[in-house]
Design a protein. Structure first.
Lengths: 163, 218
């Protein structure tokens, strides 16, 4: 047997803290969904507010890691023109429920079991987040996780709010 | 190999007719893979197991593997062809150099009429930026490449399987996709595996063996 390799294994390197990519005020795909509580959401109705659209899944370690920071972000932003739409992609209600039982959140969770929205928004990694400005245009994309209540995510949301 | 590099591999000898050329992913080779190779050899499939990251000192990212010369992989496949009936098993971005090898290999250079591949969650993107159309790599002429793609369900890659198939078929490959339910990419070596991933990681040899049997590849 020929020994052929130094064995250093790191399969589960989490996707974390990549850079936000600035985009040129892209018109987002239509997004009309009902959340797990039965409330209808239409992204086009949120003009005048900054929106964080977050694609996640419960099997994804960086999604789970950033979820508490999204909850803290929501609490910090209470009363301000800011909305979070967290889209659970490729999972059933049961899978979402099982995860949220241990990680309850106050923001809307939208189910995308067939990943139609993920395809429409051209999402290639989990998590992927989009910051939508008050005019309803996508301004930033983050194809990874982050701490949303601190750092670049927080700063960019504040910038978009003051425009 | 033609580039002058020495291509080391682990060889798991067996007396059977088939030879599995196993190319580990950009995330390095795991103990579970070596155990699976050993088990397959015990069942009669010889395995040559490559770790291109080590052989070429590549960066542990997807673009690193794109630097592996196609001629080197062709040399490996030629060697395999001379000895037994080969089938390729490649994980993640490792599918790229091994597909390029076939795609750029001409009949005059001894390319076989058919070559079978089992690709575990292959990463074949040229560009995959959110909000932008996905672009897949061009491998050349894949006529005669018979691809079975195994895609764990718990992956963003599932969303793009149909586009990936279309891109490969346009290049001439035959493509079959199979979803592996309740699993994540690299499930046999995750840092925080689920109980099911641990169990299935111990049955990697069974997974490959079953697929080779199902496809009449063994």
């Amino acid at each position: 047997m020929i020994v052929g390799g130094l064995i250093v294994f790191a399969f589960a390197i989490p996707v974390w803290s990549a850079e936000f990519r600035k985009v040129d005020a892209v018109v987002p795909p239509a997004l009309t969904m009902q959340d797990m509580r039965g409330v209808d959401h239409d992204l086009s109705n949120y003009k005048g507010q900054v929106v964080l659209v977050n694609f996640w899944a419960s099997w994804c370690p960086p999604c789970r890691k950033e979820m508490p920071s999204i909850q803290r972000l929501m609490q910090k932003m209470a009363g301000r023109p800011f909305v979070i739409l967290a889209i659970d992609s490729g999972e059933s209600r049961e899978e979402a429920d099982a995860y949220l039982k241990g990680m309850p959140v106050d923001f809307p969770i939208l189910l995308d079991p067939e990943s139609k929205e993920a395809k429409s928004w051209k999402v290639f990694a989990m998590p992927t987040s989009f910051l939508v400005d008050k005019h309803g245009r996508i301004r930033y994309v983050l194809p990874s996780g982050t701490e949303w209540d601190d750092g670049d995510g927080w700063r960019l949301i504040q910038e978009l709010l003051t425009e | 190999v033609p580039s002058g590099e020495q291509l080391d591999y682990l060889r798991y000898p067996s007396k059977g007719e088939r030879l599995l050329v196993w190319v580990s992913s950009e995330r390095d080779q795991a103990e579970a893979e070596r155990k699976a190779a050993s088990e397959l050899a015990r069942r009669g499939i010889e395995v040559w197991m490559l770790d291109l990251s080590f052989s070429y000192f590549l960066d542990a990212d997807r673009k690193g593997f794109d630097k592996v010369p196609a001629a080197d992989m062709q040399a490996l496949l030629k060697l395999a062809e001379q000895q037994k009936r080969p089938i390729v098993f490649a994980v993640g971005r490792a599918a790229v150099p091994i597909l390029k090898a076939f795609g750029s290999w001409t009949r005059n250079e001894g390319r076989p009429a058919h070559l079978e591949y089992v690709l575990m969650h292959p990463n074949l993107y040229e560009e995959a930026e959110a909000l932008q159309d996905v672009r897949y790599l061009d491998f050349g002429d894949l006529n005669g490449a018979q691809l079975l793609i195994l895609q764990p369900r718990r992956s963003a890659g599932v969303v793009w399987l149909d586009r990936q198939s279309e891109a490969l078929q346009r290049q001439g490959a035959e493509v079959k996709n199979e979803i592996l339910e309740q699993l994540r990419e690299g499930y046999w070596a995750r840092q925080e595996p689920t109980a099911y991933e641990i169990e299935m990681g111990q049955h990697l040899a069974d997974l490959i063996w079953d697929r080779l049997s199902k496809e009449n590849r063994y």
